[in-house]
Structures are given as C-alpha cells and as structure tokens.
Design a protein around this ligand. Sequence first.
Ligand code: 1PR
Length: 550
Amino acid sequence: MPTVHLLDYVAGNVRSLVNAIEAVGYTVAWVKSPADVPAAEKLIIPGVGHFGHCLSQLEAAGYIEPIREHIKAGKPFMGICVGLQALFAGSEEDPEVQGLGLIPSRLRKFEDKDKSVPHIGWNSANTSRTGQVTDESLYGLRPSSKYYYVHSYAAQYTEGELEKAGWAVATARYGDEEFVGAVARDNIFATQFHPEKSGAAGLRVIKAFLDGKKSQKLPERPSAEGTKEGLTRRVIACLDVRTNDQGDLVVTKGDQYDVREKDGVSTGGAVRNLGKPVDMAKKYYEQGADEVTFLNITSFRNCPVADTPMLEILRRTSETVFVPLTIGGGIRDTVDTDGTKISALQIATMYFKSGADKVSIGSDAVTAAEEYYARGKTLEGKTAIETISAAYGNQAVVISVDPRRVYVSSPDATTHHTINTKTPGPNGEEYCWYQCTIKGGREGRDFDVRQLVTAVEAMGAGEILLNCIDKDGTNSGFDLELINDVKAAIKIPVIASSGAGNPGHFDEVLAKTGTDAALGAGMFHRGEYTVKQVKEYLQEKGQLVRQFEE
Ligand code: 1PR
C-alpha cells in the first residue's frame, strides 16, 4: 500500500485521520523527528487546538525548516485545521507566535454578537460565488457537499486577494462572515475543516489529495439542488451505554433516567438492552447522523481507568464512523484501583487517543462550577474543564447538563433564576427553575442551570449538551423553554436533548429555539424513525441540514 507521512507533534485525535487514510487505501508512517521529514513523499500536518500551541511545538521541535524544505521541493503537502492556519503569517489567538507566512494575512476570531463561537458543525467549502464550480483545482470539493468544521479563529476572505497570489480558494459563510475553507497552490493543499470527520465527502477529498488528483470536477449530486450556504444544524444520535446484569456493555435507554424494564406492575427489572454500541454507532453514521455521542452512564461507580471496554468501543467505532465522536461519563480526577492518582486530563487523553473528538463532563462540571462561585468567580486553572480545554482546545470539551424542573409559586420563592412557564406545575405553579443534578440525576444540587452554563463557559467549555430529566424518554418533544433560556445566557453552542419522539420534534426545536444541534436517542434505538428520515423531514421544512451523501 502507498504510504503517507503524518507529523506526530500535537495533542488531539489523530487516530481518526489514520483510520480515514487507511480507509482510502494508504498506510501511515509517522514522522517522529525533524530528521524523518526529508524521507516523506506526501506529508500531512493535522492540527487540533491552539494556533500558538501547535506552532510553538513545531518550532521548538525543529520542524519548521524541514517543512519549508518539503514544500519548496514541490512534494505534496496537506495541512488540516490548525495545519491550514499554519500557512498564514499569524493569528489573533496568539499574536506573538509566527506562522509559516506563505500567506501574509492573519487569522481573526469570529464575531460572537449574533452567533455561537466556536463555529462547530457542517458547512460548505464553496469554490465559487455562483454555486457553479469554476475552480476545479481543489481536489474535487463540491459546493453542494458539507464538511465538518470546528474552530473559533478563521482567515476572513477578501475576494481576489489570495487568488492574485495564485491560490485556489474554497470559502464558507458563517453569519455574515465569509472565511477560507480550503486553499490549494502547486503542491500545497490545506483545509480548515476536518476531512477525516466529514463522512463520505471528506474521505473523497483525502483520497483525491493522496492520489494527486488535484483537478477534477465531480458531477453534482441529483439530490443536492438548492444546497444553501452556511452552517447546518446538526442531528446527533446518542448512545447511553452501561453494563447489563449479565456483564455485557449494551446500549440502553431510560425513561426520565430509569433504564430498568417495567412490567406495568413493578419497576426495577433488567437493564434495557437495545443493542451493541459499535454496531449502532455505525448504523447511525450510515443513516447520516452528523455526530455520535456515547455516554457511559454508570461510570461514576467504577474507576474509568479500568473502563477499557469504552476505549475499545471508541477504537472500533472510529475505524468505520467518520463523523465526530463524543464520549462522556467519568471524566474527572480520580484514583485508580491500585491507588495511583489519575487526572481528568489523563482520562481525556486516553479517550482522544482512542478516537474521541470531544469529551463530555457531567457531575464534575457541577462541582467545579459550584467551587467557581464559592471562590468569587475566579478561575483556578486546575479543573477538568480548564486543563482539558487548555491542552485540546475548548471545542473538545462538552458539558453534559442533567437538569430537573423545580416548580415555585413565584420568582420570590427561590434565589434561583426562574422562568415563567407555559407548562404549570402539579399545583398550578407558573414558575420553575432548573436544578442541576449529578450522578445521573440521583443527587439534586442547590444550583441552577443558568449558574452552571455561565460558569462553565467562563472556564473554557466549548459546548453544552442540554438534557432534561423531565423530558428524557417521554417522546413528547424537547423542553423549548429550557433551551431558549440557556441559549440566551451563553455564546457557546447548545445541543438540545431529551424528549424527541418524531421528526416533527426536531423541526420544532430548530424552528422555535436558537439551538445549534438536536439529539435523539430512544426513537432511533427503537427503530421508530431513522436519522435519514429526520433529515429528510427537516429539509422539506426548509431547515438547513447536511444532506445524506454516500
Ligand atoms: O457525571 O460526568 O460521569 O457523566 C455521566 C453522563 O451519563 C452524563 O452525561 C449523564 O447525562 C449521563 N447519564 C447518567 N445517567 C443516565 C441515565 O439515563 N440513567 N443518561 C444518563 C443521560 C440522557 C441523554 C438521552 C437524552 C435523549 N441520558 O443522553 O440520550 O435524554 O433521550 P430521548 O431522545 O430518548 O428522550 P458524569
């Protein structure tokens, strides 16, 4: 098999890139020191996290000159995400640090006045302003395809500027900002998006680069007519995973977090077994899920370090599932069975190395946020959220919130942030607050969701996975009031979760809230609807979603 060299210099999920390269028929050789670079024929620089962190690592390890030499020699070079950003002169993210300077401009942070930042999700890489492919020298990028982006800083696009310097450019639009999605010139190709996480469309791009097929025009897909520009809203499939009474790791699903079978008379039966995690993740990927989330829902009972089955699940899933994978459950500082201390960052690192793109933190985030307020809203720098986001970037840290409604007769009846609800409580109460819980809803805290989400945003979280215990497993639709309330409080993206029972519920939550993504579990697991059906329905309703692509 032909070989491609990958630079092993930075934290992040490179396993998915290796899997993607292998899936298109190449093998990976690792560049482990600058002396290995001259032997590389095709070189790829993946990049996740901070511009400054990546560039200073490259500089300190002595890679900058060998990379320049590789490029100068006309050998194929590809940069991904921060690997694209490295081509520029610098970035507002770390003004002191210099890029390679092949493109003289600098990267800027997205405006967050009217949109979520980071920019997370599926967006275009458009090769022309007219929707027609005019530039065919971008490895078969299609205006009608969507690719997976995750970043806060971008190269703003000024028409003609890069083109004058000989670059072919594909752009994407986020709000009213147009930015560089991909560039190519001579032997250089770079994408701001992650092709290894962009499903079939991304694998095609990696293959085209590795095959050296720079100029190609792909026929447009028949179903792609009228693909709109801009960030799509994501549909996510979630797999709650736990060990059943026989000791097998199964996908389960609760009703308001109770995952045991009920026979109509008594509760507390066997753990519901809805299937095998790896097989189900693959099925949802093939149906067009934009992301797959695994929640190890009983992890707090065991030491996660001994939790090797979840690592194996990630490894196997990332071999065939080329969309982002999130893993949650047990991400916190802990003590291993042999008494060794193990940090949340070390646990997260194991997950990233096994193929996860994001980790989701539940209980530990509540504790950390409570302490943040107790310290007078000062950052400590040592929490799981802070350490993981510092090492892997904010986008890699999702906070899973498990709130429950607490009804009150009036806002004065509590110190917490209340909403005036259209769904009154059992005694006709017209107000409620959302109480944070930990340990899978087993323990309620004197702490509300507003307090939590604003604190974790300040601590460096990149996204909120917003569950709702009252709605979980009810098939009655999402808690729109909760979602709107959280969206109004923060800038980072929100994933609406709990209550989806049919495609109409997805349309409703996208139409009536500003949510960035919507997640479903039970309705998919029980086979009532496929992800594809949900996407098709949303498209009919005029929602901007990524279309199914084989
Ligand atoms: O606290 O960091 O160890 O993380 C534990 C994680 O496990 C948290 O993310 C918590 O949400 C999750 N969890 C714990 N117990 C349960 C349970 O169900 N007993 N599941 C649980 C949370 C909720 C959603 C579900 C949606 C959609 N599950 O993930 O998928 O509600 O369901 P639906 O579409 O069927 O309504 P830590």
